[in-house]
Design a protein around this ligand. Structure first.
Ligand code: ADP
Ligand code: MG
Length: 697
């Protein structure tokens, strides 16, 4: 038996098999239910009329009242067009048609007051509207002049009378039949406390708004609902996980105490201490930990990881630390070695470049339990890598690894799951993090170690290059080192590689007396390591590089970061790159070089970088500019199925929905209370839709 909402769209009066086939094919609409959830993507404000003298080129589609004074055909052949002069008491403009010229010209009646609707464009000093909609003003007066919904449609559909208006007509037939059948999906108490429109009201208002205020309420209600069910699902997953997976109890702190007393190289920040406490509470809880540490570049995540791993080792378990690149894995090895030596721990490195003999030794020592800490790259994930007892797995720079890889680490022991700690320097707004990493608990290191001077960032145009070089020389004379980074989006892009090499050569000429290094992804791993090592030791003063140095590299003496073609980088990448400097006590600088002509978005990105060092603020701007689609992880999380919600703009609604979902689950984890019945029913419907969907595709 199929219900009303599963009825096939072709059975709706006025649709029929032909239109239905088109709706199926072009818009994926098969049923009444799907039609009702095909929402407008914007509304045309047909309440306002512009005067011609008020027009400006930034306006979108607007309407003007006036009369046609003259009509003439201009141009020849393919350039032929029909131009009508359209005037009101404040001025005159052109209405133009490039197609259907004959047909239109018959319709244009002079002297009648008309409403022209379209996007005004400025040509020279005169405004023009191409292919406007025209209606006599008299026809408009009785049609309640509200917000007219605009539905996304396609060229094919438009030709078959399924333009935005056509879709609106279908909904005008469907909605009255549907309204009384649309179920409420949220508990009454929730609707009342948040003053939400009922679901039928919201769906009616979103298709046929009765006022701007009601439209707003409708949109809020429907977005809230979307986020609510998404969060509910994530929170339930998390509940299920904590119930299912017992974790080993890691609670020994003798090593840790010794480290604190004898070897801790600096005072930990309050944020570091707090996060260590949160992790320690997880480790000894008896439940498996899955925790994300978010901390801006330079916030000191590594030492936090090391301290936690001491607890695991002390409790008799092994640990591993996985990094996304060999350079980083090496750097972790170098950075942690002094500590592990002090503490008498055995540490090993496993990467793609490890030799067969090295691997064999490592495999053996892992299985015997001799190795306390294994540092490495993806090579750690290979099935042959087996631990005797892996207690804690740490993943650095999570955004480079997928969920699947995290899952592989889980399976490293035969009979129990290790605790998993993920560290990321890509700050994302908290609400989004909760959603993307909905199954992880989150700790935030929101404080930089004391004594850091904020990096000074400036934006310079290419013509200022000589001055910039002069500045670099001054800094180098003071004993500092410099990075110069070129964009290389794809390591295989030949022209980018060429600009890097050209840049390198011109730097070598300009600084002929100084040792200059180069680093890019096409180099052999051993060459990369060699170049990096020379820079770390201070032998090279300038490192010309691509974004391979983006993540994690730590050279405190490097105080200047020059980013060439900065307009070509994304915000989070710029922020990551900048994080390579400002790691010591000296004042550091970031110089963003760009061409003079910049797009609006590029300008916003560069201005944001100059204005702030705060990774979270930068992430907010980034999210608003790009939308969440580009953020890794969004695909797997089901976030891309959102019909209305926009993670970039609707963070506040998302947070409300999450806390509502959480309090529902806290009070009633099984959703068995009668008042939660609507939720349970909707969860079942959503699940069924997903099933149907997977059968179709
Ligand atoms: P990230 O969070 O970017 O991975 P790191 O762990 O590499 O940062 O730390 C950056 C630098 O700051 C390192 O040189 C580290 O030794 C130092 N550091 C970390 N914590 C502190 C602290 N509490 N006080 C002073 N320096 C610190
Ligand atoms: Mg790091």
């Amino acid at each position: 038996m199929t219900g009303f909402f599963e009825t096939r769209i072709e059975y709706l009066k006025g649709v029929g098999p032909q239109k239905a086939a088109l709706l199926n094919k072009e818009l994926d609409i098969f049923t009444f239910g799907e039609m009702l959830q095909y929402y407008p993507f914007r509304y045309e404000d047909r309440t306002k009329f512009y005067k011609i003298k008020e027009l400006h080129p930034d306006l979108q589609q607007i309407q003007v009242i006036g009369k046609i004074t003259t009509v003439q055909t201009v141009g020849e052949g393919r350039k032929k067009r029909l131009v009508a002069q359209f005037s009101d008491e404040t001025g005159s403009m052109d209405l133009t048609w490039f197609k259907g010229v004959q047909w239109i010209s018959r319709k244009l009646v002079k002297g009648v007051t008309l409403v022209a609707f379209g996007k005004p464009q400025l040509f020279g000093s005169r405004f023009s509207m191409a292919h406007p909609e025209l209606e006599p003003l008299t026809a408009r007066q009785d049609e309640g002049a509200y917000f007219q919904p605009v539905y996304p449609t396609t060229e094919t559909l438009k030709h078959k009378y399924l333009d935005s208006r056509g879709i609106s007509k279908i909904l005008a037939v469907l909605l009255p039949q549907a309204l009384s059948r649309i179920p409420e999906t949220l508990p009454d108490r929730l609707c009342a406390s948040l003053q939400l429109l009922s679901r039928p009201e919201a769906i009616r208002e979103i298709h046929f708004p009765s006022s701007q205020q009601n439209l707003k309420k409708a949109v809020f209600r429907l977005k809230f609902e979307e986020f609510f069910f998404l969060q509910l699902r994530l929170l339930k997953l998390k509940l299920a996980r904590t119930e299912k997976f017992r974790g080993r109890v890691l609670s020994q702190t003798d090593l840790l105490t010794r480290f604190y007393k004898e070897h801790l190289p600096f005072e930990l920040t309050e944020a570091q201490k707090r996060v260590i406490k949160e992790i320690y509470a997880d480790l000894k809880s008896g439940l498996q930990m899955n925790r994300l540490i978010q901390g801006d570049v330079g916030s000191g995540k590594t030492i936090v990881a090391f301290i936690c791993l001491l607890v695991a080792v002390d409790s008799g378990y092994q640990t591993c630390l996985m990094a996304p690149t060999e350079i980083l894995a090496n750097q972790h090895l170098d950075g942690l070695k002094p500590f592990t030596e002090q503490m008498g721990l055995k540490i090993a490195l496993l990467t793609g470049s490890s030799t067969k003999r090295q691997r064999e030794t490592i495999h053996r020592e892992l299985e015997s339990g001799e190795i306390h800490l294994l540092i490495g790259t993806h090579a750690l994930l290979e099935d042959v890598v087996v631990f005797r007892q892996l207690g804690l797995a740490i993943i650095d720079e999570q955004h480079r690894f997928g969920v699947a890889q995290r899952a592989k680490l889980w399976a490293k022991n035969k009979d129990f799951y290790p605790h998993v700690l993920v560290m990321t320097a890509t700050p994302i707004p908290r609400t989004l993090a909760m959603t993307l990493y909905g199954d992880l608990d989150i700790s935030v290191i929101d404080e930089l170690p004391a004594g850091r001077k904020p990096i000074q960032t400036v934006h310079r145009y290419d013509k200022d290059r000589l001055k910039v070089f002069g500045f670099l020389r001054k800094e180098i004379t003071k004993g500092r080192q410099v990075y110069i980074v070129y964009p290389l989006i794809e390591e295989s892009e030949k022209s980018d590689l060429k600009s890097l090499i050209d840049g390198y050569e011109s730097i070598c000429r300009a600084f002929a007396d100084l040792p200059v290094g180069i680093l890019h992804g096409n180099m052999k791993a051993t060459d990369k390591d060699f170049e990096m090592a020379r820079f770390v030791k201070g032998e090279t003063k300038i490192m010309v590089a691509t974004t391979v140095i983006e993540v994690g590299v730590n050279v405190p003496n490097a105080t200047v970061m020059v980013i060439e073609n900065a307009e070509r980088f994304g915000l989070s990448q710029l922020h990551q790159l900048r994080g390579r400097v400002g790691r010591g006590s000296d004042q550091s600088y970031c110089i963003l070089m760009s061409k003079y002509e910049l797009s609006k978005d590029s300008r916003i990105r560069l201005e944001t970088m100059v204005r702030t060092n705060n990774g979270f603020e930068i992430a907010d701007v980034d999210l608003r500019l790009r939308g969440p689609g580009d953020l890794s992880g969004t695909q797997q999380s089901g976030l891309m199925d959102l019909k209305l919600g926009d993670l970039g703009k609707d963070g506040a609604i998302l947070a409300q929905a999450r806390s509502a979902a959480k309090s529902v689950l806290d009070s009633d984890p099984e959703l068995s209370l009668p008042e939660h019945r609507p939720i349970l029913d909707q969860v079942a419907r959503l699940r069924k839709n997903e099933l149907n969907w997977s059968r179709i595709s």
